[in-house]
Design a protein around this ligand. Structure first.
Ligand SMILES: [Zn+2]
Ligand SMILES: [Zn+2]
Length: 233
């Protein structure tokens, strides 16, 4: 038998067993029954992808009717609940990069079927350097890389910088949260394309994406899309 180290490394990195049930699976790491049972974000606001009741699917949510966020459109194919929360936690905190590979492939599937006009550049939501040294990687960048390869798009992970680590935002009021966020990011150089997509793992309130979109639009971008894996219901 010829020893193929590339295949060996790949099989170790991306085992062909289902990451959820242990059954045999395709290389991305999910068997078909588990894939079909995932909590897809099918009924959502067409602008910000907030989950909506079935009867309102494809409409605008109340917030987007009153004051739509500055990004052009959000593609967020999954809901942040079991088993996606489990996969994201393994990816972020246990260094489970094969979980990241699977999650990126789920996002890519949604983009293949749902994006007509592709952006010119991908920007992962930056992580503060302290957090990167704790975790060893930026999860948004790890999701962006495979998307960039699949769609043949460049990645810019230097222009938008996170200058402050934002503390746990959930305990703060809305105003304070917005102020913290605006102070947390900055631009280090000119924007390199007119049409960009921000890439993130989980979107909770959308405030981070809105802050970054505003920053990029003020910096000269004409359109900013949001691509994220999962949205909190
Ligand atoms: Zn399975
Ligand atoms: Zn909305």
């Amino acid at each position: 038998m010829v020893y193929n180290w590339k295949e060996f490394a790949r099989s170790r990195l991306y085992p062909s067993i289902c990451l959820l049930c242990g059954a045999e699976a395709e290389p991305a790491g999910l068997c078909l029954p588990c894939r079909l049972e995932l909590p897809y974000n099918r009924h959502c606001c067409r602008h910000c992808a907030l989950p909506l009741p079935l009867t309102d699917a494809g409409r605008l949510c109340g917030q987007c009717q009153r004051r739509p966020p500055p990004f052009h459109r959000a593609v967020i194919p999954l809901l942040y609940r079991a088993p996606i929360d489990y996969l994201v936690t393994r990816f972020k905190f246990d260094g489970g990069l094969h979980c990241g590979h699977l999650l990126a492939s789920l996002l890519a599937d949604a983009l293949h079927s749902g994006v007509e006009d592709a952006p010119q550049l991908l920007i992962p939501v930056p992580l503060h350097r302290d957090r990167i040294s704790q975790r060893g990687f930026n999860q948004a960048l790890e999701l962006t890389r495979p998307l960039a390869r699949q769609f043949g798009l460049p990645v810019d992970c230097t222009t938008v910088v996170r200058t402050q680590a934002t503390a746990a935002q959930s305990r703060l009021g809305k105003r304070q949260r917005q102020r913290n966020l605006r102070a947390a990011f900055g631009l280090d150089g000119p924007i390199k394309a007119r049409h960009l997509a921000l890439v993130d793992d989980v979107v909770t309130t959308g405030a981070t994406a809105a802050t970054l979109a505003t920053l990029l639009l003020h910096g000269g971008a004409e359109r900013v899309d949001l691509w994220a894996l999962a949205r909190t219901p």
